[in-house]
Design a protein around this ligand. Sequence first.
Ligand code: NDP
Length: 338
Amino acid sequence: MSDLTVGLIGASYVAASRMVPAFQANGVRTRALFDTEERRFQYWRNSNLDLLTSDLAEFLDSGINAVYISSRNDQHAAHAIAAAEAGKHVLLEKPMALSVADARAIVASADKAGVQLAVNHHLPGSPLHVTARQLVADGRIGTLYSARVNHAVLLPEHLRGWRLADVPGGGVVFDITVHDASVLNPLFGGVPRQVTALGVSQAPWNRAGTPDSVMTVIEYPAGDSGVPGLAQTHDAFAVPDPGTSMEIHGESGAIIIGDAMNQDTPGTVELHTASGIEKVEVDCSDDLYHINVRAFAAAVRGEGRPTATGIDGVRALQVAVAVEESLKSGQAVAIGDV
Ligand code: NDP
């Protein structure tokens, strides 16, 4: 049994479907649930939590030492800062906030309180992406040039609520592009220099007309190799699932990841070089959310780092915020380091 006793902030679908099972499977107790909307407790009446409450002070005082936050995107910053100030370790859903300033304030409050802060990006810890990064680091494709992410999916009907609405935190960019950035940033080993993006609304059921199909180009500065990198992403809610994928191109080869951005499906990794195509063996038996829970619990014990730290979360958010700006202005948007 872990030393952690977790309280849930947000009576969310992802908490019920993914994270509570992940906590339970890894010996982490879940004790209390907080949400600002009591209506949302309807899904949790049969849970074995001791407390369902819309009183944040009561929640924070319920004997928990950590929180998992999956409230509305626009509430993440206030909830994370309140939890950190109360001395709770924080596992925070993506996007960690809606502005880079708020995300930095979350990191500052966790640092000040001396608590662990992790962002629940599930893809950078995927064995597929860990393997790809290792192949690049081992020089198997030579100097890294570019990457292309296909993350165009069909949004399930039950999730066609706030994700489509023209509200702060809605839209495909804060939902999906931020995931792409969580994988691309550690691959290129740095902070992007600039992004440019175009988006349109395509789904007939997207009544708000918000961009539900967005293509982005990201430039990464030259690192030790002296060669700058380029990444391209396609994020969409209305494409009957062709399967996600990612290509990584280098001076002397390429890595092709099948089902690269999926939550569940075990994927594939192929290495393409002058000697031919090698299927790389990857053990995909572990659940990506279990990986995150274990890394978070270990980091709280002082062992290792979370899959995505607070700073990793800020950097992923910087890309999403810049993409939103580019969609509005039609211009390339520069990104600075945090
Ligand atoms: P919601 O909790 O809003 O769930 C979406 C819809 O599902 C709700 O509007 C609700 O419909 C319905 N719902 C909510 N709870 C349940 C339940 N227990 N059982 C059945 N249906 C339910 O949002 P999400 O959970 O999708 O997202 C919450 C946060 O988590 C966001 O910040 C999001 O970005 C993040 N997230 C992260 C993921 C990751 O992989 N890291 C994956 C998914 C979300 P109704 O309103 O009609 O009751």
